[in-house]
Ligand binder design. Structure first.
Ligand SMILES: Nc1ncnc2c1ncn2[C@@H]1O[C@H](COP(=O)(O)OP(=O)(O)OP(=O)(O)O)[C@@H](O)[C@H]1O
Ligand SMILES: [Mg+2]
Length: 477
């Protein structure tokens, strides 16, 4: 089932673009606004200054309504690129540089005019009927410190707005070009960032389809690089687990096949023979029986191993007398030791008393395996010594023998399932090669560690360390 969804690539690109577009829009509008404010303030200051010049210069004759006034304001109006209107103290037009008839003697009621007539200069922006924007600047004409009228300058703002428009157009053009460049860059960047993720995703998919040999090579030192490293590690572990499982199955079936074919040969020859003597039958059946025992032991070991690896299998911990447990194990192995002519010695702590929290079944399983091995791989007249001591925060149990020892090359493998140092000879002695694998699992269940030191020809020491169980571990997996 394939879900349709936006690829991370697209998401990244769209995000970049949005961010860039928002920034461009903000910059454009802010710049235009600032420019507009600047221009207007400039124009205002200039026009105000002009209006004041006229109001001061013409103080005495502006309001006298003669030709001189008219030509004066006309001349200045042209110079200042503004319309100049002179108002008397009622707001009535006394002179107009445009000399338009309809305005003659009219009373102007703009807010700006009223304010100016009260003695205060003001400015304001107006939009005319034809859409033109203009600036009104009105300053009072003072005579004997009293407002005698006002000078009003009307300046067109169209040039400013035309300027602003062309700047706006230019900026839009730049923004579009910049935006396109940003689009290109963001697509490239997004592809660059998305590519390792996509490769990783593809590898994950392949692994989930069962191709455990997938690895990705991403060398970046960022989180994605770390993720890739973790992925590779995980895939390697999966592959290893898979290989172990396959080997285990192959080994297990191989181990079961050997006794099965013996049984088959034995029973088949009984069926085919003309033998009358029941003693011969008994012999054959005894051989079959011991092969069945071997198979049963093997299946039992496999089951135990599976159980120990099952996280749902819980093992309760209780306080036990370590010395008692070891004595019990000595009892269980005494017969075998006697047969082999090997002595077993037990030494517990300084005073023979150690109380430790452990699981009796696991402890017995671990030590039985170690002592069995010690007896099995020690020649006649040898000695097996089992010691228990508390060292620091751990109970340390050592099983020492004077046996054949294990070579350095074999030591790393002896805890593997079905591993036997001398395969042929050991198969005859009855070992399945699962004992130490089970032991190690049991030790792990105890959150302990197991290690071995050995000198070929002199003997081996297996050491198991049980950490003190914290109370919250009391009953746990
Ligand atoms: N104390 C020891 N001295 C010498 N070699 C040992 C000793 N303990 C284990 N080994 C070697 O390690 C191998 C693995 O041991 P392990 O207990 O797993 O298997 P096993 O004893 O052969 O069979 P099983 O215990 O399943 O009956 C043995 O076959 C043996 O070669
Ligand atoms: Mg063993």
């Amino acid at each position: 089932m394939k879900k349709r969804r936006f690829k991370i690539h697209t998401k990244l690109a769209v995000t970049y673009l949005l961010v860039i577009a928002i920034i461009l829009l903000l910059i454009n509008s802010q710049v235009i606004r600032a420019l507009e404010g600047n221009y207007l303030a400039d124009q205002e200051a200039k026009t105000l200054a002009n209006a004041n010049i006229i109001a001061l210069a013409g103080q005495d004759y502006l309001l006298s309504k003669n030709e001189q006034t008219n030509s004066f304001i006309k001349q200045y109006g042209e110079q200042m690129q503004s319309r100049i209107i002179v108002l008397d103290k009622k707001g009535q037009v006394a002179a107009d540089s445009f000399a338009e008839e309809w305005l003659e003697e009219r009373i102007l009621t703009f807010e700006e005019v009223k304010t100016a007539l009260k003695g205060e200069e003001t400015t304001g922006v107006h939009e005319l009927k034809n859409g033109e924007r203009v600036l009104y600047v009105v300053v009072p004409i003072l005579r004997d410190e009293k407002t005698a009228g006002a000078v009003m300058l009307v300046a067109s703002l169209e040039e400013i707005y035309a300027n602003l428009d062309s700047i706006r157009r230019l900026m839009s053009l730049y923004s579009v070009v910049g935006g396109l460049a940003a689009l290109l860059v963001s697509l490239l960047l997004a592809a660059h960032f998305a590519s390792p993720i996509n490769r990783l995703a593809a590898a994950v998919r392949r692994v989930s389809e069962g191709h455990l040999d997938q690895r990705v090579s991403i060398n970046s030192k960022d989180e994605i690089g770390l993720l890739a490293e973790d992925f590779n590690e995980m895939a390697a572990k999966l592959e290893e687990a898979d290989r172990t499982l396959r080997h285990f199955l192959a080994d297990a079936s191989h181990e079961l096949k050997t006794p099965l074919s013996s049984i088959k040969v034995l029973s088949q020859s009984l069926i085919d023979s003309q033998e009358q003597d029941p003693a011969v039958y008994r012999d054959f059946l005894q051989d079959i029986d011991s092969e069945v025992d071997r198979m049963a032991a093997l299946v039992n070991d496999m089951f135990q191993l599976a159980k120990l690896q099952d996280p749902d299998y819980s093992v309760p911990f209780h306080v036990h007398q370590v010395g008692e447990l070891l004595k019990h194990i000595k009892g269980l192995t005494a017969g075998e030791a006697f047969q082999k002519g090997v002595d077993i010695k037990i030494e517990v702590g300084a005073d023979g008393e150690i109380l430790w929290q452990l699981n009796q079944d696991l402890f017995t399983c671990i030590l039985l395996n170690l002592v069995h091995n010690a007896i099995r791989y020690t020649p006649r007249n040898g000695l097996v010594t089992v010691t228990a001591d508390v060292e620091g925060d751990s109970l340390v149990v050592r099983v020492k023998d004077t046996g054949i020892g294990i070579s350095a090359e074999d030591i790393p493998h002896i805890f593997d399932r079905f591993y036997r140092v001398d395969d042929d000879r050991n198969r005859q002695t009855g070992g399945t090669g699962l004992g130490l694998a089970i032991t190690r699992q049991a030790v792990l269940r105890h959150k302990g560690t197991i290690s071995v030191e050995s000198t070929p020809g002199e003997g081996s020491i297996f050491e198991v360390r049980y950490p003190r169980i914290q109370s919250n571990l009391g009953i746990s997996k």
